[in-house]
Design a protein around this ligand. Structure first.
Ligand code: FES
Ligand SMILES: [Fe+2]
Length: 357
């Protein structure tokens, strides 16, 4: 039997992703994981299994492994601002230290009786975790409309895809697939030649803008959010897509981000932000996005291997993904050189050449 040769992944080392903040669950998912409303909830980030819980009013992320006999802490119970392992009852405080061992409470607690904890914050109703805060050089990604008074935000339940987070990012920003994957939903198939935007690097974000053909708007469902598209994409996986809708010039933002669960899986988060004057109930928008996602998912999960590869054939019309890949690769290499190189590669602005008419 011969084995099919697998293309080499573009990112041989994804350790650099540990320096970024990543979303792991929605606030709602944490609060409904257990009747207490405080977790714990099991999540996986970059192959690390974590337990998330609310202890003493703050959200904590710790390795999902009890130091005693390695049972999962996410199977435990929150008791008095500790997580109690439900195998033999060891209790962990928010710093990950064991503070109580029921079997021998009179003995000193062994020094190694602890589990690692990670920086964890709640923002945009999502729980964010940074596995490596030693360089402390990244922030929770940009979202234009979370606090905008005239906008209404809907946090959609997260959804898992069997692919790398990079592929989900590329799918969301891909301009050439609309005519083929979303005909009649988001696009008129006649417009199959995408524009090529200028793509700039600005302060840790990729920025670009496009204008889908306004003349096709009459042929699409009324709730297809079509208008001028302005993207601000905080590296590595967040996308703030701001639209000025063709139908009535109102503001509409699709904000998406992905958790890199491991090299071949991602968990995705979507927040739909629209003008308050839009009287449609939330479910009209969430149902429409679900249809779009169901069109995307099978084709994206068909890409194999799940990891992006330099052996894929790129075109000038793939400029957004080409620029994204280039930056990801530079970041992955810079991280091996140290903090200074990494910060320089992340923060240095790069202006694209304007497209000549
Ligand atoms: S395995 Fe957790 S207390 Fe024993
Ligand atoms: Fe799509």
């Amino acid at each position: 039997m011969t084995t099919q040769v697998q293309p080499k992944p573009l990112l041989e080392d994804r350790t650099f992703l540990r320096h970024f903040w990543h979303p792991v669950c929605t606030r709602d998912e944490l609060e409904t994981a257990h009747p207490s409303g405080r977790g714990p909830l099991a999540v996986t980030l970059l192959g690390n299994r974590l337990a998330i819980a609310k202890l003493g009013g703050k959200i904590v992320a710790m390795d999902d492994r009890c130091a005693h006999r390695f049972a999962a802490l996410s199977k435990g119970t929150v008791v008095d601002d500790t997580i109690r392992c439900n195998y033999h009852g060891w209790r962990y405080d928010s710093s990950g230290k064991t503070v109580h061992i029921p079997a021998c409470p009179e003995l000193p607690i062994p020094r190694k009786a602890a589990t690692n904890t990670y920086q964890c914050v709640l923002k945009y109703d999502l729980v964010w975790v940074r596995l490596d805060s030693s360089w402390d050089c990244t922030e929770v990604p940009y979202f234009s409309d979370w606090d905008t008074p005239d906008m209404r935000n809907v946090v959609v339940p997260s959804y898992g895809w069997n692919t790398a987070a990079e592929r989900r990012w590329e799918n969301f920003t891909d301009l050439s697939h609309f005519a083929f994957v979303h005909p009649g939903t988001l696009y008129d198939p006649a417009y199959d030649r995408p524009p090529i935007p200028t793509v700039d690097r600005v302060d840790g974000e990729l920025r670009f803008a496009i204008k889908p053909p306004p003349e096709m708007i009459d042929k699409l469902p009324e709730n297809a959010p079509m208008g001028t598209f302005t993207y601000r994409c905080t590296m590595p996986f967040s996308i703030n897509l701001k639209l000025e809708l063709y139908k009535d010039s109102s503001a509409f933002t699709l904000w998406t981000t992905s958790c890199p669960v491991d090299d071949t899986h991602c968990r995705n988060f979507l927040i739909i932000s629209r003008a308050q004057k839009d009287n449609d109930p939330d479910h009209v928008h969430t149902a429409f996005q679900k249809v779009v996602l169901q069109e995307d998912q099978p084709i994206i999960e068909s890409q194999f291997p799940a990891e992006i590869s330099a052996e894929e054939v790129s075109l000038p019309t793939d400029k957004v993904s080409n620029q994204y890949r280039k930056w990801l690769r530079e970041l992955s290499i810079a991280a091996t050189e140290g903090k200074e190189a990494f910060v320089r590669t992340l923060k240095t602005g790069v202006r694209d050449e304007p497209i000549k008419a």
